[in-house]
Write a new protein. Structure first.
Length: 319
């Protein structure tokens, strides 16, 4: 039977809907041996309340402002005022615009499938990935991969698409293991399908990281785990592919990059990390400058490149 490549795409939400994020999402479970700080393990109600209290705590806010000003020379309010003041027209897309974009994108990818077929490469298009990617969608992808004898996964999109690809890659060759056990730290993938990605959104850093975060809709839990199988064979990071990302989603991605670095900069028990702190401060300062530049000119190549590079660096144990 011929083997095929699975294209994993985020084509059902090209318009990029705003998804509410709870304060507790950025805190780890109290079982620190299972979940690292940045993997976004969902907290239970009691711990969530505690997390929200911590986030609203004035001392934490003051420490944050102090660290930002000392290390970068710019406070959070200054950044928000500088980067996102003025007319917000064009920050979101209408349903009709999203539908047109989705149709155009699907047509383009189908054309690429034809070209691949002409080159002797069988491929399958698998779309519909959502922000906060779900286990059910990944399970659907695993079934397709097994049925079609897929031997490589190409993720085209941002962090949600790439994390879905990682989950599918882990689960496909191991049908005897419940994939959710990986996220509960009860099992480790003994093998995985190879995968690569073409990045279209600067934000999560998943394009080069070992991390994978998935939401289980059945129990309402969001879990993440790190594994060497999550490193892609390649990541195509072309800043031009982000020129058309709208203003709102670009801003969300910029904040995501900053948060990945700030989680490490302000958190943890190791404090004697002068060099790492300087790297983190330099990255955050560059991201703030690039975010401001892209807000004024979405096709600023150097600024888009800075955001894309910073997204990868901020989630790969360097800051």
């Amino acid at each position: 039977m011929k083997k095929a490549t699975l294209y994993l795409l985020m084509i059902s939400l090209i318009g990029m809907l705003e998804v509410p994020v709870h304060a507790a999402d950025v805190y780890a479970d109290e079982s620190t041996e299972l979940y690292s700080f940045d993997e976004g393990a969902m907290c239970d109600d009691d711990f969530a309340t505690e997390c929200q209290a911590d986030v609203s705590d004035k001392k934490l806010q003051q420490d944050f402002e102090s660290a930002m000003k000392d290390g970068i020379g710019l406070g959070l309010d200054d950044f928000l005022e500088t980067s996102y003041s003025g007319n917000s027209t064009g920050s979101t897309q209408s349903d009709s615009e999203a539908e047109v974009l989705e149709a155009d994108f699907e047509a383009a990818m189908q054309d690429d499938n034809i070209k691949l077929s002409e080159a002797g490469i069988e491929s399958i298009l698998f779309g519909g990935v959502q922000p906060n990617p779900t286990l059910s969608k990944a399970l659907e992808g695993m079934e397709i991969c097994r049925r079609e004898n897929v031997d490589f996964i190409l993720a085209v999109g941002g962090g949600s698409v790439i994390d879905s690809a990682k989950c599918i890659a882990d689960g496909t060759p191991n049908p005897e293991i419940d994939p959710w056990k990986y996220f509960k730290k009860e099992a480790v993938p003994p093998k995985a399908l190879p995968h690569g990605n073409i990045l279209t959104l600067s934000a999560s850093g998943s394009e080069t990281s070992q991390s994978c975060v998935i939401t289980n809709e059945e129990n309402g839990l969001k879990r993440g785990f790190n594994c060497p199988t999550h490193r892609p064979l390649f990541a195509v990071c072309n800043p031009e592919l982000t020129f058309t990302v709208n203003r709102f989603q670009t801003g969300c991605g910029t904040v995501d990059i900053l948060m990945h670095t700030l989680e490490r900069y302000l958190g943890g028990t190791t404090k004697d990390t002068a060099l790492t702190d300087r790297i983190a401060e330099g990255l955050m300062k560059a991201v703030i400058e690039a975010g401001t530049a892209v807000d004024l000119n979405p096709e600023d190549y150097e600024a888009r490149a800075t955001l894309m590079w910073a997204g990868s660096l901020s989630h790969n144990d360097l800051t």
